[in-house]
Design a protein around this ligand. Structure first.
Ligand code: PRT
Ligand code: ZN
Length: 215
């Protein structure tokens, strides 16, 4: 049976999602050799003191914060939304998307102001609240955990705040963008203590250099 080695750095990688394939490709192009089997719970790198731990993206944030893993790759959007106590070390130039405010094509709403006292559906309640509060516009925010784009058609929200990459999902659901809240891409994050550990920091720097050579 394979076993985790405590001397190795642990890098949390999304197990099965939008960042998974690009992250595996990125790590390979940085020179890491490992068997890609995300059905497994982890992979040991052959040529680096690193183990890839396959996790849900939300768990990567928690585990890096607590130190269960040293490093993680997630979307900048999760950092903006959850404000975890972790160190962002590098932007990775993939996984691009934007958090956007959108409304139905046939809605009379033209600007953010028009959403005053309306209901917004989102999986990003903190980002959305911050955006509206900053402009002194009061809205009711309802949290939905998936299929956010269907909320206006169901009559439960006047608009949505959600991630957009190609824009195809908005088109398919007859929605248009009113405003962009922020841009996002994949980022490398680290546990605070790991960055102060003299042994770990050597391996982290080695890994960082190989990442930077790809970027
Ligand atoms: O299972 P797990 O919890 O790990 O994954 P998840 O379902 O929470 O996240 P996942 O896999 O959907 O997304 C992981 C990360 O990918 C996000 O946190 C972003 O940083 C990044 N990313 C990049 C995106 C998109 N592009 C994206 N388009 N995440 C989600 N979307 C969704 C969006 O929510 C919308 O439903 O795709 C739809 C829109 O896509 P387009 O191309 O039609 O505009
Ligand atoms: Zn998630």
């Amino acid at each position: 049976m394979k076993k985790l080695n405590n001397g190795n750095l642990k890098l949390g990688v999304q197990k099965n999602g939008r960042l998974t394939e690009e992250t595996v490709n990125f790590l390979r192009s940085a020179g890491l050799e490992f068997e890609n089997n995300t059905q497994e719970l982890f992979s040991i790198c052959r040529n680096f003191p690193v183990e890839l731990i396959y996790l849900r993206d939300d768990d990567i944030v928690d585990y890096v914060q607590s130190g269960a893993v040293d490093l993680g790759i997630i979307g900048q959007n999760l950092l903006n939304e959850l404000k975890p106590r972790v160190i962002k070390i590098l932007s990775l130039c993939y996984g691009f998307c934007s958090l956007c405010l959108a409304v139905p094509n046939n809605s009379p709403i033209q600007s953010v102001d028009d959403l005053k006292n309306k209901t917004i559906a989102t999986s990003y309640p903190n980002s959305a609240s911050y955006f509206f509060n900053k402009q002194y516009i009061s809205v009711k925010i309802i949290i939905v955990n998936g299929s956010v784009e269907i909320a206006p058609a169901l009559g439960i929200a006047s608009g949505i705040v959600d991630l957009v990459s190609t824009g195809n999902t908005l088109v398919r659901n007859d929605l248009r963008i009113v405003n962009k809240l922020y841009d996002s891409e994949a980022v490398l994050i680290a546990n605070r203590k790991s960055m102060k550990d003299s042994k770990k920091i050597k391996s982290i720097n080695k890994l960082l250099n190989s990442f930077k050579s790809v970027l």
